[in-house]
Design a protein around this ligand. Structure first.
Ligand SMILES: [Zn+2]
Length: 75
C-alpha cells in the first residue's frame, strides 16, 4: 500500500480527489514536501490545509510537525 497518495476533498476544486506528495528541493537540498491535488493540480502550502477524506493513521515516522496538543480542560 502506497503512502504517496491519499483521498481528499480538495478545497480548491471541491472534488473528491487524491493528494500527491512530492519532495521539494532548493538546489540539492530537500526543503520539505509539496501536496498536490491530482484532480486540479492545486498545490497546498501545508499538509494542515488538506481536508483528508479518510482517517489518517498515526504517523509512525514522526515527520508531522503540525500536531498540536489540544488543551486539557478538566472539570
Ligand atoms: Zn483540486
Amino acid at each position: 500500500m502506497s503512502k504517496e497518495s491519499k483521498e481528499i476533498i480538495c478545497s480548491a476544486c471541491g472534488k473528491e480527489s487524491w493528494i500527491i506528495r512530492k519532495p521539494k528541493y532548493t538546489g540539492l537540498t530537500r526543503t520539505g514536501e509539496a501536496w498536490i491535488c491530482s484532480s486540479c493540480g492545486y498545490i497546498y502550502k501545508s499538509e494542515s490545509e488538506i481536508d483528508f477524506k479518510t482517517v489518517l493513521a498515526p504517523d509512525v515516522f514522526g515527520q508531522d510537525p503540525h500536531i498540536e496538543s489540544p488543551p486539557a480542560f478538566i472539570k
